[in-house]
Design a protein around this ligand. Structure first.
Ligand code: HEM
Length: 120
């Protein structure tokens, strides 16, 4: 069973995405990456981010796709950490177990090098 299933599947994802999306857009540092990206794509991205983090389904995100999909965006390590930090707070609010949070953060950090292009 994936964490996705354990924590309620699509309905839970929807709530987490909503909270995540709201916080990402409230941070100018993160919002800037999505300027010029249309609303549907933006929401789709938040869903992808959360679904990936919760382990559903990994086969959709080969490393080469993650790398290609973010090439040229100039995402900094600080921005990556900020996005993961937002998710961390939300997962705590949703009472996701401590060990599961650590697993999720570990999965996200293992992909960091594919997405981050700049140190600062
Ligand atoms: C492991 C974490 C992440 C996953 C799984 C993920 C997933 C994706 C996917 C599937 C795409 C679409 C690629 C394509 O066009 O085929 C994408 C694009 C994109 N991602 Fe991420 N992403 C992650 C982290 C981030 C972070 C941290 C940021 C910004 C701080 C970000 C910003 C973007 C932007 C701006 C696009 C381009 C959107 C567009 O032009 O439509 N991503 N991401």
């Amino acid at each position: 069973m994936t964490l996705f299933d354990k924590y309620g599947g699509v309905p839970t994802i929807r709530l987490i995405v909503k909270a995540f999306y709201k916080q990402v857009l409230s941070r100018p540092n993160l919002r800037r990456y999505f300027e010029g990206v249309d609303m549907d794509r933006l929401i789709e991205h938040q869903v992808e981010f959360i679904a990936f983090a919760l382990g559903k389904p990994k086969t959709h995100y080969p490393d080469s796709n993650l790398k290609e999909g973010h090439r040229g965006l100039g995402i900094t390590s600080a921005s990556y950490d900020e996005a993961v930090g937002i998710l961390h707070g939300i997962l705590s609010n949703f009472q996701v177990e401590h060990d599961d949070i650590n697993t999720i953060l570990g999965v996200l950090y293992s992909k960091r090098h594919l997405i981050v292009e700049r140190k600062v």
